[in-house]
Write a protein that binds this ligand. Structure first.
Ligand code: PLP
Length: 342
């Protein structure tokens, strides 16, 4: 019998289901660079409608969607306000600085959310000494914030601030679907608060590749130019867009199961005195700290791996586990029985 592997390193590790594979195999394709891949066009139209925006652009990754959003709504020398723990600030290889010539202004938010009271004084005066503040970025759900959902009212406040100061607002909604399912607040209501939104399909939604950027027509036109410039124009991309269409039809509501699984993992961790949960569970991400000083984190992760449980060292004494569609409830039962003995 094959050894059981419970891969909790990320929700990006999912393999496409047979239904998704069939949808990909059936996809009608064209040449997306020439603008005639029917499945890409259908997917982009569908996402623009779902989010209530004018247009959408299908791209290879969340990193690319964020980069295109940021550089399409700013100019070199501008400043971007964002949270210090955001994905854009930490994990996107400084793309906005390197490609966009931008200065990022990070805030120490609470649980990954911007301290809205501090934002107005960060907007630079209109004077040639300063960078020009032009964009605010928020993240929902928040990866380093343990999958936390941006409180809707708090996001409304950020949105009002951005409007008042004439700044653009980008929502990194790589896992926005998780927030939609957990809160019941539809995609369009979240998107209405922002000028542009990135949604990833290769995370909890289970597609092999791709993210979508939605915004107004002018921003998407600029993003499309930038995508080409960066070598991100792709040809028969409908093969992959078909997987995303399948995901939006079949894999959104089921994210609630992933949230239940994360809560069950968190209960096991909370009951174990060697560990302490860093954040309460709101969606599918569990971040906990190893408080027993005798434990060497990487040794512990190796021991877990020997039992088939894979997870990530998440900096300092923290470990991250992420649930997704390829983790079954039976896997969670196994985790519950095994974890405390390791
Ligand atoms: C919040 C957030 N934004 C953006 C990304 C980037 O996505 P990708 O890995 O597809 O570039 C990730 C990836 O984990 C993420 O967690």
């Amino acid at each position: 019998m094959d050894k059981r592997v419970i891969d909790l390193r990320s929700d990006t590790v999912t393999r496409y289901s047979s239904g998704m594979k069939d949808a990909m195999m059936r996809a009608e394709v064209g040449d997306d660079v020439l603008g005639d891949d029917p499945t890409v066009l259908l997917f982009e139209r569908r996402m623009a409608e779902l989010l209530g925006k004018e247009e959408a652009l299908y791209v290879v990754s969340g990193t690319m969607a964020n980069l295109l959003a940021v550089i399409s709504q700013t100019k070199p020398g501008d400043e971007v306000l964002l949270d210090r723990n955001s994905h854009i600030f930490n994990y996107e290889a400084a793309g906005s600085a390197v490609i966009g010539g931008l200065q990022l202004h990070p805030f120490d938010g609470i649980g990954g959310f911007l301290p809205v009271d501090e934002l107005p004084s960060a907007v630079r005066p209109d004077n040639f000494h300063y960078p020009h503040t032009s964009l605010v970025c928020v993240e929902n759900t928040h990866n380093r914030g343990g999958g936390a959902i941006y409180p809707f009212d708090a996001m409304k406040e950020v949105s009002s601030f951005a409007a008042e100061y004439n700044l653009r607002l980008h929502l990194d909604g790589a896992r926005l679907a998780n927030a939609v399912v957990a809160t019941g607040i539809p995609f369009s209501e979240w998107a209405e608060l922002a000028d542009s939104v990135n949604i990833c399909f290769s995370k909890g939604l289970g597609a092999p590749v791709g993210s979508v950027l939605v915004s107004d027509a002018e921003t998407i036109k600029r993003a499309r130019d930038w995508r080409k410039r960066l070598g991100g124009g792709w040809r028969q991309a409908g093969l992959l867009a078909a997987a995303c269409l399948y995901a939006i039809d079949n894999n959104v509501e089921r994210l609630a199961e992933d949230h239940t699984k994360a809560s069950r993992i968190a209960e096991v961790i909370e009951a174990d005195p060697r560990f302490k949960l860093v954040y309460q569970i709101e969606t599918n991400i569990v971040i906990f700290e190893v408080v027993d000083d005798s434990i060497v984190i990487d040794d512990f992760i190796d021991k877990l791996a020997l039992e088939g449980v894979l997870c990530l060292h998440f900096g300092g004494r923290k470990i991250r586990m992420v649930t997704h569609m390829d983790i079954s409830f039976d896997d969670i039962n196994y985790f519950e029985k095994t974890f405390s003995g390791i």
